[in-house]
Ligand binder design. Sequence first.
Ligand code: 5GP
Length: 207
Amino acid sequence: MMPGRRKRKGQLIVLSGPSGVGKSTVIAELLSLREKIHFSVSYTTREPRVGEENGVNYNFVDRPTFEEMIRRDELLEYAEYVNHYYGTSLKVIQEKLEAGIDVLLDIEVKGAGTVRRKCPDAVLIYIIPPSFEELSRRLHGRHTDSEEVIARRLAKAREEYAHIGEYDYIVVNDKVSVAAGEILSILTAEDCRTKNRINLIEGDNAL
Ligand code: 5GP
């Protein structure tokens, strides 16, 4: 390919954060603000929550189906979280990245670690709540999980906090529009990286 015509690949973006931090809301806001970004719909063995749609929020599958995907090596990463499998299908995200479209993954810390290893150029962002008390309040407020599940999700949040240092950025979700705005700024900065703009000074554009 001619210098200066090199096509930029899409950026892989990993978003993590404790259950109940409001990731889905922040992601919805982000997708409405930025074009050419694809949200990767994960596979999971957990039951759909009220209002969740198959193929939109998750691809809901049974354990044997998920285990078959693991055996066939179809997942970029997967993890078990509070007794259920969650995983990212490789095929779709590869296609999007090749087409120059950014791909957003909403995954927990173990999966994020796998992505970091396999895709060193990925940008890792961790979303935190303003406080732990606020997180507990939000989890209770959504009335979707039992007291036992909430307790396990809060314990998981404490565990996850030990890994935040492995992320590139921390965003606080106090106000959704502010959190989405911060993520947008991160992505804009990534776009401006020399490695992503080198084509602007090569070939016909060279001085
Ligand atoms: P929830 O059950 O609340 O939708 O998700 C539980 C956790 O699983 C969240 O931390 C979410 O980010 C994570 N998760 C969702 N999809 C995936 C995935 O494909 N891979 C991994 N590793 N984690 C995921």
